[in-house]
Design a protein around this ligand. Structure first.
Ligand code: EPU
Length: 426
């Protein structure tokens, strides 16, 4: 176990390059299962989740070669249909193999991922959508067993909520279904568009990705072929750097990023007092004064992303004035607030609302990272805290931020990664 020792006070300045999106590449890796042969994915971040997904694909029978920035997946004619708990428990996104496996094999047995530190992770819309396509699912001994022995049939699917994961699973299943599927109230995230783009390159017939209605005309299994695809840039990592620049009153150029995917978060930084310059391959954030508090309400895309909520809470803890942050996506995503309070932040929560009263300074303390985004938020808070902030359980941060410490230091931060001598297993 390792920890980060963050010495507060540095102003971040310089250039930082963002990799492809974790939350896209994991689904692109699952989509590779739909076609026999070699798929090459580029702009792949070097993070733990990619190792976990690679391990799962290997277990399903694929050969997976991981090179810096690239993953090559060789999918055999015969795949296993079972994703075991020891792999799924490390990576909840493993559930995204369900749709492709049912589409290709007519059956799948995937361990139920369970809840996690950001709340319950229900699968009812994944299962309900696959049921509309003719697949039956049963939960047995901690596994979801989904079967469609005669293949899937296109259908209309209305989602109760624009779930990212459900949209992806149904989309990947529908590309090989017999007939046309329409997903209504579909998620509109850039990662959905990225997945649809790759599926189209593979030979699938998909239209409407990026809108609330996605139409998929099924094609026969043999007509999909493997492809090469460059992953969409990680808007959450890019947004994290943007907040880091604003909080530390710095000047950071974020490259290989798409500001169109961050319109609302960047607009919030402008409201907070930052200058944001859009560039062809990224954007620049400059801040010369104490930020002003900004209200945030998380919603499905193009609303404000829940994955940036902790970073904006961190910003508000040192802002001028008070802000209200409302979390609408994950019920337990305020759990890290008690850690922020350990740094001297003044935050009160009531259900899914948090009121933050900005303080001129935070004060360094030991804090624990609960999940990827909370961990990143705590590191940002540490950058503006007086003295040293020790962030433990950084394996969570490693799941989403490649080389975070080196990148922070290249911008002028003072962060050391070191073994955690106090770590013990309960
Ligand atoms: N939900 C249901 N039933 C379902 C599916 C979802 O009730 O069948 C609920 C969830 O419990 C949650 C809400 O709907 O309360 C949103 O879930 P969604 O399915 O949209 O999220 P996800 O696919 O599980 C992905 C990202 C998350 C990101 C969310 C929202 C991946 C691997 N994960 O999760 O990323 O927060 O979309 O944008 O793509 C992260 O990267 O730190 C992270 C948690």
């Amino acid at each position: 176990m390792e920890r980060f020792r963050v010495t507060g006070g540095a102003r971040l300045a310089g250039e930082v390059r963002v990799d492809g999106a974790k939350n896209s590449v994991l689904k692109l890796m699952a989509a590779a299962l739909l076609a026999e042969g070699r798929t090459t994915l580029t702009n792949v971040p070097e993070i733990l989740d990619i190792d976990f997904m690679s391990a799962l694909l290997r277990r399903l029978g694929c050969e997976v070669e991981q090179r810096p920035g690239t993953v090559v997946i060789d999918v055999p004619a015969e795949l296993s249909h079972e994703a075991p708990y020891e792999l799924v428990r490390r990576l909840r996104a493993s559930i995204c193999v369900l749709g492709p496996l049912v589409a290709r094999l007519g059956r799948a047995k995937v361990a139920l991922p369970g809840g996690d530190n950001i709340g319950s992770r229900a699968l009812d819309m994944h299962i309900g959508g696959l049921a509309k396509l003719g697949a039956t699912s049963e939960s047995e001994h901690g596994y979801i067993i989904t079967e469609a022995p005669k293949g899937l049939t296109g259908a209309s699917v209305w989602l109760d909520f624009p779930s990212v994961g459900a949209t992806e699973n149904i989309l990947m299943a529908a590309v090989l279904a017999n007939g046309t599927t329409v997903i209504d109230n579909a998620a509109r995230e850039p990662e959905i568009v990225d997945l649809a783009d790759m599926l189209i390159q593979m030979g699938a017939k998909v239209s409407g990705a990026g809108t609330s209605t996605i139409e998929i005309e099924g094609v026969p299994a043999g007509s999909l072929s493997p492809t090469s695809h460059r992953t969409v840039p990680d808007r959450i990592v890019a947004g994290t750097w943007a907040v880091a620049a604003a909080m530390t009153r710095g000047d950071v150029t974020i490259l290989n990023a798409n500001p169109h995917h961050l319109e609302l978060p960047l607009d919030k930084l402008v409201t907070a007092g930052a200058d944001v310059e859009w560039m062809p391959d990224g954007f620049r954030v400059e801040m010369n004064r104490r930020p002003e508090a900004v209200d945030i309400m998380t919603l499905p895309y193009p609303g404000f992303p829940t994955d940036l909520q902790p970073a904006y809470i961190a910003l508000n803890t040192v802002a001028e004035g008070a802000a209200m942050v409302t979390e609408n996506i994950f019920e337990a995503r305020f759990m890290f607030i008690d850690e922020m309070v350990r740094l001297g932040a003044e935050i009160k929560t009531d259900g899914h609302h948090a009121v933050i009263r900005g303080r001129p300074h935070l004060s360094g303390a030991p804090v624990r990272s609960h999940d990827i985004r909370a961990g990143a938020g705590l590191v940002l808070a540490g950058l503006v805290a007086e003295g040293e902030t020790i962030v433990t359980d950084v394996h969570h941060i490693d799941r989403g931020y490649a080389d975070f410490v080196a990148q922070l230091n290249s911008l002028g931060a003072q962060v050391v990664r070191e073994p955690d001598p106090d770590h013990f297993h309960e």
